[in-house]
Design a protein around this ligand. Structure first.
Ligand code: 0O2
Length: 258
């Protein structure tokens, strides 16, 4: 792989080129790792905020991965992308990847909207395989987002692939992925049919779970609205201590911002 420099013939120069390329590549990969770190912080903030304030988190699980140098080079070759860092940065946008697993279908869109709405997050591409599943039954919401990474000498915009899906979609995709590799990419037709049926069952489960969740949420919100007192004993750990909260309430300061 080349950075912008031409490879010299002189052995000393070739050695220097080799070192420079290694350093450039290390910095290149680090920018993607930092891109993941920054987005993971954003996702964890959303998750914690939801847990503490709404006592419910739409995010069940978050995982991340960096493509290996071997798989970056293989993908560049497949796409006939020149092996320079600049070309790879432009053409391969899934070097950094984050997968978010949610409980319900509506949560996947909610999380995508919350992340896309942040001012330093730029959405480059959206592929909605939930609304339009792949023919094999694959469902997931894919976004390529770009996030600025502040390095020591520059700001590097870094693309990150976000895959957002429900637990049921994730369960299906993990098994399909294993089967796909087991059969070297050519799954026998009867197995393909069964996988499609399983994807349909997963979808029915998602739809039923979402409906039940909505019904329970409606009952709960009716109960909360009719409740006369605040249940101070069940406040989450980061909330104001009970005594402090009581003294603020008694002082009549509740309407003023703290
Ligand atoms: P890995 O190892 O998960 O990273 P691209 O090849 O990315 O340039 P493509 O295929 O149009 O273009 O991208 P798409 O459709 O957004 O899919 C990218 C990723 O989504 C894949 O990455 C998979 O992780 C996942 N994916 C897409 N289709 C399927 C599917 O049918 N089954 C499963 N299980 N996963 C799927 P990689 O690079 O293929 O693999």
């Amino acid at each position: 792989m080349e950075s912008r420099h031409t490879v010299s013939r002189d052995p000393a120069d070739a050695g220097a080129d080799f070192d420079r390329l290694r350093n450039d590549f290390t910095r290149f990969m680090m920018s993607y790792k930092f891109g993941i770190d920054e987005l993971m912080t954003k996702i964890n903030i959303l998750k914690e905020e939801f847990t503490h304030i709404h006592r419910y988190s739409p995010i069940e699980h978050v995982g991340s991965r960096l493509k290996t140098p071997e798989s970056i080079v293989a993908k560049a070759r497949r796409k006939e992308c020149p092996l320079t860092l600049d070309d790879i940065r432009t053409n391969i946008v899934d070097i950094a990847g984050i997968r978010i697993t949610c409980s319900f279908i509506s949560d996947t869109y909610r999380i995508a909207d919350m992340l896309s709405g942040q001012t330093d997050v730029k959405v480059l591409e959206v592929k909605d395989y939930i609304a339009e599943p792949k023919p094999n039954g694959y469902k997931s919401l894919h976004l390529i987002v770009e996030i600025p990474v502040f390095m020591s000498d520059r700001v590097q915009p870094v693309p990150v692939e976000l895959q957002i899906r429900t637990i049921a979609m994730d369960f299906w995709a993990s098994l399909e992925h294993k089967i796909f590799y087991k059969y070297g990419g050519t799954i026998p037709a009867p197995l393909l049919d069964e996988l499609k049926d399983a994807a349909d069952s997963a979808n029915r489960l998602d739809v039923t779970m979402e409906r039940l969740h909505d019904e329970v949420a409606e009952i709960k919100s009716g109960r909360d609205a009719s409740a006369e007192s605040i249940h101070l004993d069940s406040m989450p750990p980061l909330a104001l201590p009970r005594e402090l909260l009581m003294s603020i309430l008694e002082a009549g300061n509740i309407a003023r911002p703290l």
